[in-house]
Design a binder for this molecule. Structure first.
Ligand SMILES: [Fe+2]
Length: 376
């Protein structure tokens, strides 16, 4: 059996709508589910960009009544989700629209399903199963990174903020993912870099995952190439439409590929690094990525060699990745983020399970400890 004979499945939203100015169609898509919408959003950046007023007028034009729930924090916790579920249950909307970055998209995803299935976030952490569909949910990202508009999980923080953990179900895949690159034009350069690195690494880890297959490979290769071509350009010329279109597509492909092929060790380590040392997610993935490529290289030589060509920034995948990080001003020294040797056992412990299962080679905790020690 050749590589094209490998098993490959795709589980995706009912509709994926991509393209500049597709947000103009939001009212028409919403109407499929009814006339009463709850719109969940984050802080003030959507208003500052002018996109919020625009979205409200689009919905008004199509006679959608809107109740707004704003102020979703960067790391939504159990208590915040509970409060929004109570509001949504009172409103009883036909459809939920989540507009924002990954945290907003995930919060709206969690709220839409808990509103129909009942219970608390912690019940589902402990193993309770979602047993029916969510309120119809339309996800509209305003960043180009997480791909949360595609995936079936929502990352929620514990109420004491000591850990983050996903709840997940196929019922949580948004009904519609509407990806309009023009909504990302107002993103500042540092956020563009952090989210763009997440998009790149999600495609890269899915492409080299144990669970990679021909359908996800095709999208992942394209996503890596788009990120290589446009990440720096989107940071240096933030108002230029073409790099935004390329990065939005890379993020969309990253969401599809991670949801269907899994990720790897860099993502596994990003969770404790992110929460314990307050490092943005994409950056937390990027810090260990060159070392993870070195570790995995013997198992996926051809694929990493292809990644180097797709990135176009170095003769091999490690140096190509390092060059990219250097241009973005991102350090791969853990000491620069406050990590010491004493922290390593905790980081290793909290990185277990999840993404590490799909890493192309099996690896012991000792191997991971050594990898981290070399980055101090
Ligand atoms: Fe990620």
């Amino acid at each position: 059996m050749g590589v094209y004979g490998l098993r490959s499945t795709l589980k995706v939203p009912e509709s994926i709508v991509y393209g500049s100015h597709t947000v103009e169609e939001l009212g028409q898509h919403t109407q499929k589910y009814g006339k009463r919408a709850v719109l969940i959003r984050g802080g003030r950046s959507l208003e500052k960009s002018g996109n919020y007023e625009k979205i409200l007028s689009i919905l008004k034009k199509d006679k959608i009544s809107v109740e707004e729930i704003g102020g979703i924090s960067h790391d939504p916790d159990e208590d915040q989700v509970r409060g929004i579920v109570e509001k949504v249950r009172t409103i009883q909307p036909d459809v939920v629209i989540g507009i924002g970055g990954g945290s907003v998209i995930d919060t709206a995803k969690a709220v839409s399903i808990i509103a129909t299935c009942g219970g608390e976030v912690s019940d589902y952490w402990k193993g309770r199963v979602f047993d029916r569909p969510s309120i119809p949910y339309i996800a509209v990202p305003t960043t180009s990174g997480t791909g949360a508009e595609i995936t079936k999980n929502a990352v929620i923080t514990s109420h004491d903020h000591s850990f983050k953990k996903s709840i997940r179900s196929e019922y949580m895949i948004p009904n519609i993912a509407l990806v309009d690159p023009t909504l990302t034009i107002s993103m500042p350069s540092n956020l563009t870099a952090q989210t763009g690195l997440d998009a790149l690494i999600q495609n890269l880890e899915a492409y080299t995952s144990k669970n990679a297959g021909p359908i996800t490979d095709t999208l992942a290769r394209e996503g890596i190439g788009l990120a290589g071509r446009y990440l720096i350009r989107a940071c240096t010329t933030p108002d230029e439409p073409e790099p935004r279109e390329g990065l939005s597509l890379a993020a969309l492909y990253g969401g599809i590929t991670l949801a269907n092929a899994g990720l790897g060790l860099a993502h596994g380590l990003s969770h404790p690094l992110g929460i314990r040392f307050n490092i943005p997610h994409g950056q937390a993935c990027a810090i260990t990525m060159p070392s993870v490529i070195e570790l995995n290289y013997p198992a996926r030589k051809n694929r990493y060699d292809e990644v180097a060509k797709l990135l176009g920034t170095g003769p091999d995948a490690v140096s190509a990745f390092r060059t990219l990080l250097h241009k973005l001003g991102i350090s791969t020294k853990l000491g620069d983020y406050g990590v010491t040797k004493d922290h390593i056992p905790l980081i290793v412990d909290e990185s277990k399970g999840g993404s590490r299962r799909f890493n192309p080679i099996d690896h012991s905790d000792e191997t991971v400890s050594t990898l981290l020690e070399e980055l101090l």
